[in-house]
Each structure stands twice: as structure tokens, then as C-alpha cells.
Design a protein around this ligand. Sequence first.
Ligand SMILES: *Cc1c(COP(=O)(O)O)cnc(C)c1O
Length: 395
Amino acid sequence: MNIYADYAATTPMSDTAINAMTNIMKEIYGNPSSLHSIGQRAAEYLLQARIDVAEAIGADFKEIYFTSGGSEADNQALVSAAYFGRLKGKTHLISTTIEHHAILHTLNKLEKEGFDVTLVEVGSDGIVDPKKIEEAITDKTALVTVMFANNEIGTLQPIKEIGAICKEKGVPFHTDAVQAVGHVPINVKELNVDMLSLSSHKFNGPKGIGVLYANKKVPLTNVIEGGAQERGKRAGTENLAAIVGMAAALKEAVSNIEENASKTIERRRQIIEGLSKIEHSALNGDPGKRLPGNVNFCFEGIEGESLLLLLDSKGIAASSGSACTSGSLDPSHVLLAIGRPHEVAHGSLRLTFNEELTAEEADYLIQSTKEVVEYLRSISPVWDELQKGELKYVI
Ligand SMILES: *Cc1c(COP(=O)(O)O)cnc(C)c1O
């Protein structure tokens, strides 16, 4: 059996997205900025895609800026809010300890430029308390940025509550919703979100394309100088095929969102129940307030890397932490942030999937993980010491 269980890293493209893109690549080759009818035809597709994306998140099409993906949208949102704040003497930025590196590394960069950054801690359930965000806000705060759903442990953050606080305090609010868009319902107006990042390849669209939604509260800083594309904020001829493919994938995902989520949550329940039977294992993150297709476990006494390689040999593509951290020996900053000690954070497994995962496939995931964990423990000196009582179990 072959199972791709790494949807948080990227997703396969849907036929709808492939067909929409193929049509553009074959037929709609004009430049949307050209005045002739071939160009204007392309401009119509561009506008329709902008309208479709806006509708999917409850925004106005004039608030949609196409970017090269989630990372660029995150960078532009943070830099824009920081620079705009600085004009008014506001040089303080608030975020959390469990953000994606596209946020954390941009905050590091801004810190070097003289901004003050507060990273609010999350609870052991992987969820930030909105009161702690409120307490961190000062009259110098230029931006609050909190991710919608975590890419490693899938926990959903109280975005509506944080949005209400920011609105009341008059502080711009950004959310990195790359993991959430297309998987959980989102309406930026109801949530009082001023800026939001999304990325096409996390909801069965093409890679290398994303969106920054931004309302009027924060004027955007140009990321690329040149022509007048994206209302002058990001120059360069639009990647129309990718934009249209993304819009098609998003429309499809959003139209089936409830049905897909309930099917996926059933598989999540099954996998959590199955893996919980492994001794000295623990689910990372809140069991309910998490993405429908995310399961993340720690297993004591083993290394995540060996676990992944052995699962791969059984036809299972999974992950341990995010694609950016794997390959390095540092344990996940998210698992450390929820209080997992280093030795346990190394032995983590992330299974991410969608509604297409069948009950039989979920069983195969459970069974294979059990076998691999058992085997790795049988050859692990650490597990041996734990069993003999020379080391103490943490979970
Ligand atoms: C994948 C991801 C990103 C980066 O998006 P790209 O389109 O790959 O640049 C940012 N934030 C989160 C939470 C993600 O999961």
C-alpha cells in the first residue's frame, strides 16, 4: 500500500486545478496589461480569479494581492505593518512562539532593524490564550500576527477573539492562514482580520502562487518595483495559469468544506485512537481544536528520522516536524514550545491527510507505525535504559 500522508508539506493538484491551468496555458497567452483583445481576455480571467479568491475568504477583490506563495505573503504583511507603524512611532510587534519560519525569520530581520518583538507563549495544548495577546499590546504595538492553524501540530488558534481585541485596541491584525484556507471556513470580515496569507499548494492548487489579503488599514510596501501589477505593490507579468489554477482549487475546496472536514475528522479520530494504544506515546496539541487532517504524536525512546525512513520503506510518506526543520538535528520549536523535552521532541511523527484517506489506509498507517515503533525500541539503547529504570519516562 502506498499512502501520501504529508499534506501539510504540500498537496497533489486536483484535476480541476490542472484543467483550469491547461486551458490558460494553451489558449490564454496574452499579457493582462496589453490593451488589445488577446490581452484583455487574459485580464478577464485574472479579474475572475481575484473575485473567486476574495469570495472564498469573505474579502473584496480589491483586497487581494497575488504573491509567489505563503512565505512572500507573510514577509510582505509583516514588513508593511512594521514600516507603516514606524511612521507613527510604533515599533512593537507581537506574535507567538509556534509560528512558521516565514513569520519568525521575518520578525528576526525586523528586530535587527530596531523593532521590538514579543513572542507570546502557547499552552501545553498548543493554543495561545487571547488574554496574553491583549496583555502584550502597548501603545507602541504596530502589529499582532498569529497563525490560524499550526503547520506541525494542527492546532487552531482563537482568531476571532484575537481579532476582536485588536479591533478594539486599533492594532492591525495579520494571520498566516496557509494551513487553514480550504480546510476550515474563514471569513476575514467576521474574524476582524486585516491581513491574511494563503498558499495554493496547501489546498490542491499549483505551487509557487499565493495571496496576501490586505484591507485598507495597512498600506502595503512594494516588494518588487516595476510595472503597475497588483495595484503597484508587486510588479511583474502575472503568472495567470497558476493564479487561475489556484482560484479553481480554492473554489472547489471551499464548496465542499464541511463535508470534507467531517470525513477527515472521522479518520483523525481513528488514527488518534489507534496510535494512543502504543505505550509511552502522546498526542501533540489539543485533540479537538486542530485541523481535520492533522495527527502529531511523540513516541518515547526513538528518533523521528529513523521512524520516517522505515515508514517510507513501507510505502508511507510522513513527516516529523516541518519540511524546513527536518534535515537538521534541532528538535521542532513547536514541540519545545508546548513543553515537550528535547529527547521526546526528537521522536515525533506528523501524519497529515485529507478526505480521500480511507479507513483501510488509516488502519495501515496505525499498524505500520506500531510495527516500526516496536522495532526501533527493540534496538534503542535509550529504550533499554528506560525499561531498566536507569532513565525516567517522560511520557
Ligand atoms: C507552507 C506554509 C508556509 C509557506 O508557504 P509557501 O507557499 O510554501 O511559501 C507559510 N506558513 C505556513 C503555516 C505554512 O504551512
